[in-house]
Design a binder for this molecule. Structure first.
Ligand SMILES: Nc1ncnc2c1ncn2[C@@H]1O[C@H](COP(=O)(O)OP(=O)(O)OP(=O)(O)O)[C@@H](O)[C@H]1O
Ligand SMILES: [Mg+2]
Length: 365
């Protein structure tokens, strides 16, 4: 730039839009053919998946979307001081050209390279975990593809997020479900895991014993020790397929982003454990729920979420209470998770009371 600012100019490949549209038409056609022929394929809903993929790809081809996403995520993440999203130069940006600040950094691939540049891989890993949990579970808007080429480690142990063409959204309901799933898994509660799988099952009724079987295997393999999402998901998806379960696409996108980030972080810090990061985040998670309640313009959403939480509360509270009454430190649980479960119990208890209060309020007004 004239003022000396170094920028990066991203230019769309000529003719790419027409080619993508042609590819999508072909994929749509193939999906329709396959769905017409096989009930098994129909259950996987390939046509719907291609529709969603198509929308996302075409969105990514318009760089003004990427610029807007960058602005939104930068604002979302303003409280994380060590996280940078490059500034967009809107006066030079359009559908086919994106101009943003140049960021000096190193992709998180090799811990030795980071150390040589005086960057601490374990601090990057902790920040990366906080970042992905904040995006998914607090803000509900997340970088859908945080692979090492889309991240830069910065001096002072910071992280920059690049390539924001693809951003996923998480509804408060899904945030709650995802957290419940992880908490149930980590507290050795296959019944709780099975409840979540039943909620997510888009392929109709799956018999309870099948869900329990899948859940028990997940809990026995991933309920204790470091939470390695890569390994968990590598078990999780084949298991779901085997039992005839299909997850909703938005949930797959959440898992994909979390697994990608988890893979990157354990690549640079081998003893990285996502469950530790979850434990550290719990205060913030609760605060974000309470804040959502306090924001009056979102009262309706808050009430809706509360009523859902309240619906599930009896089972959840029972499970949490049973765990609190259990003999001290059962082997299947680490302390951070135990506390998280206890807090979740309080949260749900609070929600039940608030729900009742809210209902009274609705009656009176
Ligand atoms: N603001 C920036 N500052 C410094 N380097 C950048 C910046 N933006 C992009 N880069 C570099 O350019 C590479 C490609 O950028 P980006 O990921 O945005 O493009 P892309 O075409 O969407 O890539 P891909 O499809 O491979 O993910 C990044 O991996 C990074 O090395
Ligand atoms: Mg990229």
């Amino acid at each position: 730039m004239k003022d000396g600012t170094e920028v990066v100019v991203k230019i769309r490949r000529p003719g790419i839009r027409a080619r993508m549209e042609a590819d999508l038409r072909l994929m749509r056609h193939l999906a329709a053919l396959a769905e017409a022929r096989s009930a098994m394929v129909r259950r996987m809903k390939p046509a719907a998946m291609i529709e969603q993929l198509g929308r996302e790809i075409l969105d990514e081809l318009d760089f003004t979307n990427e610029g807007r996403n960058a602005d939104l995520l930068r604002a979302d993440l303003a409280s994380l001081e060590r996280v940078t999203v490059p500034r967009i130069h809107w006066e030079w940006t359009g559908e086919q050209v994106l101009v943003m600040d140049y960021v000096e950094g190193i992709p998180p691939r090799d811990p030795a390279v980071l150390k040589a540049a005086a960057i601490d891989p374990s601090r990057i890993a902790a920040l990366g975990a906080e970042l992905v949990l904040e995006m998914v579970l607090v803000n509900g808007r997340f970088h859908a593809d945080p692979h090492p080429g889309n991240l830069l480690c910065l001096q002072g142990n910071g992280l920059a997020l690049l390539d924001l063409g693809s951003v996923g959204f998480v509804s408060p309901r899904r945030q709650h479900e995802f957290l419940t799933f992880i908490l149930a898994l980590r507290s050795g509660d296959p019944g709780g895991v099975a409840d979540m799988l039943a909620t997510w099952s888009e392929s109709g009724e799956v018999p309870r014993e099948k869900l329990m079987r899948a859940s028990e295997r997940l809990v026995s393999r991933h309920g204790t020790g470091a939470l390695v999402l890569n390994a968990m998901v590598a078990d999780f998806f084949p298991l779901l397929r085997q039992e005839g379960l299909v997850l909703p696409p938005d949930l797959v996108l959440i898992f994909k982003a979390m697994v990608t980030m988890d893979g990157v972080l354990s690549g640079i810090a081998p003893d990285f454990d996502l469950s530790e990061a979850l434990g550290r985040m719990r205060g913030k998670l609760i605060a974000s729920r309470l804040q959502r309640l306090a924001a009056s313009d979102k009262l309706e959403t808050a009430l809706l979420e509360l009523s859902r939480v309240a619906e599930e509360a009896p089972r959840f509270l029972r499970a949490a209470a049973a765990r609190m009454e259990a003999p001290p430190s059962p082997p299947a649980r680490d302390d951070a998770t135990a506390q998280a479960v206890r807090l979740a119990g309080w949260l749900v208890g609070g929600a039940v009371v608030l729900h009742a209060a809210a209902q009274l309020l609705v009656h009176w007004t």
